[in-house]
Design a protein around this ligand. Structure first.
Ligand SMILES: Cc1cc2nc3c(=O)[nH]c(=O)nc-3n(C[C@H](O)[C@H](O)[C@H](O)COP(=O)(O)OP(=O)(O)OC[C@H]3O[C@@H](n4cnc5c(N)ncnc54)[C@H](O)[C@@H]3O)c2cc1C
Length: 455
């Protein structure tokens, strides 16, 4: 047997890679964890801001519904998840352009009833096509589109209506929590565990190539201006979809050079069908830090307990407060195809648009720029190490996550939010896929050690 540097190389130190590496270290494997950024966490990106006793989440923020692994890890990290509470407000454009509040619960119910039909259809359709054929009113269509673009960050022309229907009628929309102190506590906790267990975590290390045709996996890495290569018996690929799927990159990413995209030798031909069934959504998130939560006093306290605020006509159609914490923060969220239209917008322009959305939602006379202390933003489609926010299923893609997760020749194992067939697109999905990949690697190692062979 050829000598390897490590039993397992894990590529990507997001939630999935960190968790997979921690599981294998616990079992005594030697593990190399390679991460291109100078931090762990990937699409979990918690920032602590001076003079703000509350974290700014530029990536994942909420725990959606039933998420046992996430909750357990948060507990282990000394944190808890708190109910977001808060009332939802939806504003609809009216004749005078000022909008009128509509009953969100009624719209949600109508949309759910409509989507139940999709679950029963023999064939899958895009959300847009389904709405064209079956939506009872333009209000319901607009609401479904807003949720698909906003919540799923998806393009309604590409997204599978069956997968959206399963999500809306499943447990992921039941209950919404946020980690006290931010998601970062969880990834820091996992990184500490790895350090204590003797794993080699290498930040600033961009994987450029993976050669997996022989007995060992050879990994080519760009590191501090130079390059290195490592040999491992097996590799867990815990990278975002965009690192594997260059043809599906958003238009502007294709034009740019493509750091982060990995060359596989042999190529990932066996994954092409799975990759075609998955798409990566787009999100721009702007966190506005104000002097005080001034909206709580407006209009006789109408917004005092507002959690999520929706205004389909605003540039950022979804806003939310930090409830249950009365922090002076409002987050402006834009998801789906409209993000691409702002590809060239400057940071200043995006903040301006976020403030104008706040004005529209709160119905005040001017954007509240004089209340603003600072703004933090991230355009995830423009981030070369993500090129998108999180994945969703394209029409006919029901089996794609399982197809992506399937190992190749007991050399390559796949993890990441897109490779989980439950909770797709979430932190829970990333953790779950990391646990599954680690368990599969461990089973193969034991099989090989017992003389059963694994390849
Ligand atoms: C704006 C936003 C909001 C979100 N909100 C929520 C939410 O509220 N709740 C929720 O549950 N989920 C949310 N998510 C989704 C959640 O963040 C992700 O599903 C999850 O964090 C993905 O983890 P991962 O390990 O699969 O991928 P990642 O976190 O992307 O990890 C992959 C890692 O690979 C690294 N990498 C990429 N290319 C290379 C390379 N060539 N070489 C080495 N390293 C490389 C990346 O830097 C990254 O660290 C949100 C995501 C975004 C972007």
């Amino acid at each position: 047997m050829l000598p390897a540097d490590f039993d397992v190389a894990v590529l990507g130190a997001g939630a999935s890679g960190l968790y997979a590496a921690a599981q294998l270290c616990r079992r005594g494997c030697s593990v190399l964890l390679l991460e291109a950024r100078e931090r762990v966490g990937g699409r979990i990106h918690t920032r602590q801001v001076p003079d703000l006793a509350y974290p700014v989440e530029l990536g994942a923020e909420f725990v959606h519904g039933d998420a046992p692994l996430t909750l357990r890890l948060l507990r282990e990290a000394g944190s808890v998840a708190v109910d977001t509470a808060g009332r939802r407000v939806v504003r609809r454009a009216a004749g005078n352009g000022r909008g009128a509040s509509v009953n969100r619960a009624a719209l949600f119910e109508q949309a759910q009833r409509l989507l139940r039909q999709a679950a029963l259809m023999p064939e899958d359709l895009s959300v847009e096509e389904f709405l064209k054929r079956h939506a009872p009113s333009e209000d319901v269509s607009a609401y479904v589109r807003m949720m698909v673009e906003g919540f799923d960050a998806a393009d309604p022309h590409r997204a599978s209506v069956k997968s959206i229907a399963a999500e809306w009628t499943g447990s992921s929309l039941q209950g919404q929590y946020r980690p006290l102190g931010g998601y970062g506590a969880m990834t820091t906790h996992l990184a500490r565990q790895l350090d204590a267990a003797g794993a080699q975590l290498q930040l600033g290390s961009t994987v450029e190539s993976v050669e997996w045709g022989g007995e060992l996996v050879h990994i080519g890495v760009r590191y501090a201006g130079g390059s290195r290569s490592y040999r491992a018996r097996r590799a867990i690929i815990a990278l975002p979809l965009s690192a594997l799927q260059p043809p599906a990159l958003p238009a502007r990413a294709e034009a740019a050079d493509t750091p982060g995209v990995v060359r596989f030798e042999p190529d990932l031909r066996d994954k092409h069908a799975a990759l075609a069934g998955l798409a990566l959504g787009s999100v721009i998130k702007v966190v506005l830090h104000f002097r005080r939560p001034f909206w709580e006093e407006l209009h006789d306290g109408r917004f005092a307990d507002a959690g999520f605020m929706h205004a389909p006509q605003a540039p950022f159609p979804t806003l939310w407060s930090a409830l249950p914490f009365r922090a002076p923060l409002l987050t402006a969220w834009m998801g789906g195809p409209r993000v691409e239209r702002l590809a060239a917008a400057s940071r200043e322009r995006l903040v301006e648009l976020a403030l104008s959305s706040v004005q529209q939602v709160l119905q005040v006379d001017a954007p509240p720029a004089d209340e603003l202390v600072g703004a933090y933003l991230h355009d995830w489609s423009a981030d070369p190490l993500a090129r998108g926010a999180y994945s969703y299923l394209a029409v006919g893609g029901a089996s794609a996550p399982a197809g992506l997760a399937r190992p190749l020749r007991d050399r390559l194992y796949f993890a990441g939010e897109a490779a989980s067939d439950s909770h797709t697109g979430t932190v829970e999905a990333a953790l779950h896929s990391g646990a599954q990949a680690a368990a599969a690697v461990w089973a193969a190692m034991r099989g090989a050690a017992g003389g059963a062979g694994g390849a």
